[in-house]
Design a protein around this ligand. Sequence first.
Ligand SMILES: [Ca+2]
Length: 571
Amino acid sequence: MRAGATCSFLIPLLGATLLGSFCGATGSLEDRAGRPAPPHLVFIMVDDQGYGDVGYHGSEIRTPVLDQLAGEGVRLENYYVQAICSPSRSQLMTGRYQIHTGLQHSIIRPLQPLCLPLDHPTLPERLAEAGYATHMVGKWHLGFSRRSCLPTRRGFQSFLGTLTGSGDHFSYRSCDGGAEACGFDLHDGERPAWEMAGNYSTALYVQRTKEILRSHDPSKPLFLYLSLQAAHTPLQAPERFLHAYRGVENPARRHYAAMLSCLDQGLGEVVQELRSAGLYHNTVLVYSSDNGGQPLSGGSNWPLRGGKGTYWEGGVRAVGFVHSVLLKRKGAVSGALIHVSDWCPTLLGLAGASCPRGCHLDGHDVWGAISEGLPSPRTEILFNIDPVSKRPGAAGQKAPVMLHSLGAWDTAVRAAIRVGEWKLLTGSMGDGDWIPPRRARMPAALERWQGLEKRRDQRRKSIWLFNITSDPYERADLAEARPEVVMLLLARLGEYNQTAVEPRNPPDDPMANPQLHGGAWGPWLGLEGQGGDGEQEETRVERKVKHCKVCKLKALFKKVDSRLQRNALLF
Ligand SMILES: [Ca+2]
């Protein structure tokens, strides 16, 4: 398969009305026995698209397909995800908060012997049990240290994509620790797809998606997870999309915009293929970004505060919508509080595969809120409690411990929660500036600060409170004015914390280096009869890394040796 080195989509844009021939139809189809046929489920995850980076939010980035799909479906305007990649994806797959999977801290890096815990059933596993065909195309980023961690072992019957968090969009070279460990990362099933290198990721993934749709039997329910790496760094886009933004002087913004426009056109093709394949009229399509935009890499969350990696609104409030003939209301804007962990129970509900006895999810089935405008069953969101990330204490500036009704809360711990209209943040929150889209090229020093508002007086703070309903831009910190609300939310954090599991955050394993495994990233534990699995194995690896410094030396020698053999393939 070759998708061409450019974003070579064949069909320009969609017809005047995507829902045109089906407007007014709200009932689902029936199977031969007269029961409602479960809908096909298409989930599109986009990487690092900022809240302000979609046409219908007023962006200069042209996204006509997204605007049309959202405009004819239900736009989610009180929709939240997590601040970075792996956490959002883990909650999408399990419906569980990070405090319940041990993935509270940061992303899963390629060298870490860590993956989505195997004792949590995944959304595709449950859908497969309910009779769905399950396919994944694109970025996984939920760990791959063992074969049992791979998408094909976590519920997907097919997979084409990348296992790490980011790589070159053409060569699929991906690195961890700077240039310390680099390798090829594009896999078809469980094998490296060397022959597909050179194809632009968005074009490649759209083409595979179309092939899946084309060959799918419409009578069997389908779950398709299309997880694009656009518009994550490295900022790369096909030339003709770049040309369309030649007036944007800032090179990061220009490339980022071109990546999103390419993605937009590709999704138009996916929807067109859904129609051609006879699937469209019984499909629920969900579109979501995985976290806020990174302003230093071309993204914009303006007018929201902060960006990717923070729990300010710019980091977690996301672009999202649902498009489907099956929606009972169309062309609506939903203000229902919805979180990425809600998709698991919501999609299971649509599939008629409810949570088995004894199963507990942190997500809620929000289909009624989306489709009918019913009140959302969700009233609060625990964004995270990360005990590993503590605000560094400056001399004489230790973060205070606050007493609430359930005990004490160390405000140095990085945590965030929303309850009703209130949002509480503790610990080190990262960059909390308001950054307008940066279109112009400026001298480096000026570019960083142009149009930016900074709250210098809050650098030493470790607790903030906002009323998000009346102050969505988080400009008025009410932590001192409303101490009773602070206490209530701290107590709620304390309750959640009582249910938290230990964070899994193992050190890097030098044996993961792709240069020890033929030049490609892939599983390196439990292979060839090594035995062991799960936490025991990870603990062994931690011990091994801590006590066997020779390993690093051995790895280095093997790396140098094997690099000589692999250079011809990688460069
Ligand atoms: Ca991301």
